[in-house]
Design a protein around this ligand. Structure first.
Ligand SMILES: Cc1cc2nc3c(=O)[nH]c(=O)nc-3n(C[C@H](O)[C@H](O)[C@H](O)COP(=O)(O)O)c2cc1C
Length: 331
């Protein structure tokens, strides 16, 4: 494998999505392979105690690497080789053929999480395409959440539950970039722009989070949850990715690859995703959502609002910036 050629493509691979935009992946170049793992400094032990979103993010990164390499004419494949102790998930190694994928580096570059208005629903053909992406991986494919009215109450409860946990809030604060003067504003985390916060709203959130230890007993979690607004009021359809009953860690990484393919399927159809992970992070709302869908709560792997953006979302930051304005084109 031409390792130097792959190394030059890394900035495009880093466009993979990750929870809180921590970009937890790390790469080790070996003589015949590139090993992929994670750096504990970029994980979310409070918000993601089981590591579910970490492994989905790593899978999304693996899939992104394969797409970017294939588009550049490199023949690579992924071999899962999960090693929890040393924090590796697997490796990219030379293959006889290019990785087969309908996606291009331009899709990787253009895809974005969209937290603003999402018009319309998801047409049946797009739902069928998503299902075709998810079902071969096992599990139950993709399901639409019925009863959006009930979902609003669940979302408020999930937000309140998240904001009630000081460790989750401290971690969120660490990854929020609410002011362009933040030293990591252009490197990682969640910016005010990506969260679609106005300047006053961002300033208010900063002040509220700074006063959290004092104000928590006075009802701040409820206030923060209410101030966050109702994403469902911004339209879209809520979809859930279902996992098989017993999905091990390596399987979760595989589903991260499915997640990325699903998001790129949406992107190429002119749609975008806005994940609502809090719904399955909080035990009570996870159970209620399971009941609503009539599936075991542990099978709910990812929840996202989906629709057609009415305007482009800002591009999120990365620690390894893509140096050109446009991605490399394949051969
Ligand atoms: C596994 C996973 C879980 C996520 N959960 C949420 C979420 O609950 N809420 C949210 O607004 N964004 C969520 N995101 C989106 C990330 O914040 C987003 O991917 C990251 O900030 C990079 O932005 P981009 O997707 O526009 O490149 C999630 C992403 C992944 C991969």
């Amino acid at each position: 494998m031409d390792l130097d050629a792959f190394r030059a493509l890394e900035p495009w691979c880093w466009r993979a999505p990750s929870a809180h935009n921590t970009q937890p992946w790390r790469l080790r170049y070996e003589p015949d392979a590139v090993r992929i793992g994670w750096d504990p400094a970029y994980t979310l032990p409070a918000a993601d105690p089981t590591g579910r979103d970490l492994r989905l993010s790593l899978g999304a990164f693996v899939e992104t690497c394969l797409i970017v390499a294939a588009d550049a004419g490199l023949r690579l494949e992924y071999l899962a080789d999960h090693d929890e102790r040393h924090r590796w998930v697997g490796l990219l190694r030379p293959a006889p053929h290019r990785y087969p994928t309908p996606f291009r580096t331009t899709d990787v570059w253009e895809r974005r999480t969209h937290r603003g208005t999402l018009a319309g629903g998801v047409e049946p053909d797009v739902l069928a395409a998503l299902d075709a992406v998810a079902r071969p991986a096992g599990g139950g494919g993709v399901r639409t959440v019925p009863r959006a009215d009930r979902l609003g109450a669940l979302l408020r409860a999930a937000d309140r539950g998240s904001y009630a946990d000081p460790a989750v809030v401290a971690e969120l604060r660490r990854w929020l970039r609410l002011d362009p003067t933040h030293p990591d504003y252009h490197a990682d985390g969640l910016t005010d722009r990506c969260l679609a916060l106005s300047r006053p709203a961002a300033a208010g959130l900063r002040v509220a989070l700074a006063g959290y230890p004092l104000l928590r007993p006075l009802g701040l979690p409820r206030l923060l949850a209410a101030a966050g607004g109702d994403p469902l009021a911004h339209g879209g359809t809520v979809l859930v990715l279902l996992a098989p009953e017993h999905l091990d860690r390596s399987g979760q990484v595989e589903f991260g690859r499915v997640l990325l393919r699903s998001w790129l399927t949406l992107h190429t159809a002119g749609l975008a995703a806005h994940p609502l992970s809090q719904l399955i992070d909080v035990a009570a709302t996870r159970a209620a959502l399971g009941t609503l869908l009539d599936v075991a709560p542990q099978r709910l792997l990812h929840v996202t609002r989906v629709g057609r953006p009415t305007r482009p979302a800002p591009r999120s930051a990365r620690r390894v910036p893509a140096c050109a304005a446009a991605p490399p084109t394949g051969s």
